[in-house]
Design a binder for this molecule. Sequence first.
Ligand SMILES: Nc1ncnc2c1ncn2[C@@H]1O[C@H](COP(=O)(O)OP(=O)(O)OP(=O)(O)O)[C@@H](O)[C@H]1O
Length: 264
Amino acid sequence: MSKVQKNSIVIKDLFKSYDGKANENVIQEINLEIPRGEFFILLGPSGCGKSTLLNIIAGFISKSGGDFFIQNKEVRGPGKERAMVFQQPDAALFPWLNVRENVEFGLKMQKVSKVERNSISDKYLRLVGLSDHEKKLPEELSGGMKQRVQLARVLANDPEILLMDEPFGALDAQTRRTIQQELIRIWTHTKKTIIFVTHDIQEAILLGQRIGIMSKGPGSFIEAIYDITLPYPRDITAPSFNDIYRKVQSHFEGNGMAENVVNF
Ligand SMILES: Nc1ncnc2c1ncn2[C@@H]1O[C@H](COP(=O)(O)OP(=O)(O)OP(=O)(O)O)[C@@H](O)[C@H]1O
């Protein structure tokens, strides 16, 4: 089996300029191979183009050049095998639908039968710990609960690849810590490929199997990839965690970007 076939996502020499400004690439020379089932982090300073890259992978915006394949097929737009989890769940949830109805929405659109919809939403409501809140409207939920609903809804559609754009950035530190551990549990259960964008080093090391570090933009590229072999669940107080933290931190400092990196 060739290297390419083993990978879910292959990106080669990809670049993007907005408004057709050919000499002003936001991202350039992006080369990346992400195997199926990997938890991959895109880490980089604010404005370096993480969301741009993620949105190209989602198919929401077009690349200006380069190649992008999923399972050897060239990607030209959005697809059912990919789904995005946004930072602001309010933008993703329907306020007039209750928790279960929100989770079942995509399935209903696909004309999945009521019985099957119920069984799928049961499974994912349980997985995100919201079975007891299924009748509530989004406005009755905390930020963390809303984010769990969004996650359950995305998972109910069974995409192979989850794209997560700073999904916990708006949550308080305690809720964030809990939901990060839950995401690890869900990923272990579902074996999805996850591409997770963050500018938080600690979050990156807590979650990722590999961390792709993007350089400061414009013309940002993936300048280093860190393999994180610590077993899950990871302990942020462990010396081994701290060692990696210091390495990543000094990587940023060496590139004069330390002030752009947020730690909690
Ligand atoms: N639709 C757009 N049109 C023009 N420029 C854009 C557009 N979207 C993003 N940009 C620019 O592209 C650059 C990268 O933005 P992007 O949002 O991808 O970065 P980011 O790393 O995700 O930032 P953050 O961490 O702050 O969310 C920025 O300079 C931004 O102003």
